[in-house]
Unconditional design. Structure first.
Length: 110
């Protein structure tokens, strides 16, 4: 669960960096500062995925990423795409951890 969530956040950090490059052409310092702060927050949250707090913060950053579409309209689509990946990472990660715990509790016999 932690690995998938961190991977999604790391990719979001890169996308946010590219969005900042697009926003530099036509937007002011406030939009760039908020975008930069969001990018740094996303990167720091990727390191905090060991606890559920990281998942809560990551969910907040998903909403903020979609909201950055006000500045860069392509972020509406990309933010929505990453929000779907975020939900998938959560559910698939939980299933994977449950399978791993079951295998550790009852190892297969040869």
């Amino acid at each position: 669960m932690r690995v998938l969530g961190s991977a999604v956040l790391a990719m979001e950090f890169l996308v946010m960096g590219f969005a900042l490059l697009l926003a530099m052409e036509s937007h002011g310092a406030l939009a760039l500062s908020l975008g930069g702060a969001l990018a740094v927050a996303i990167l720091l949250t990727a390191g905090a995925m060991k606890k559920m707090t990281g998942w809560y913060l990551g969910t907040i950053w998903q909403v903020a990423l979609i909201a950055y579409g006000v500045v860069v309209p392509a972020m509406y689509f990309l933010g929505g795409l990453f929000a779907v990946l975020w939900v998938c990472a959560f559910y698939i990660g939980r299933k994977g951890e449950a399978i791993r715990a079951a295998l550790l509790a009852n190892p297969p016999k040869e």
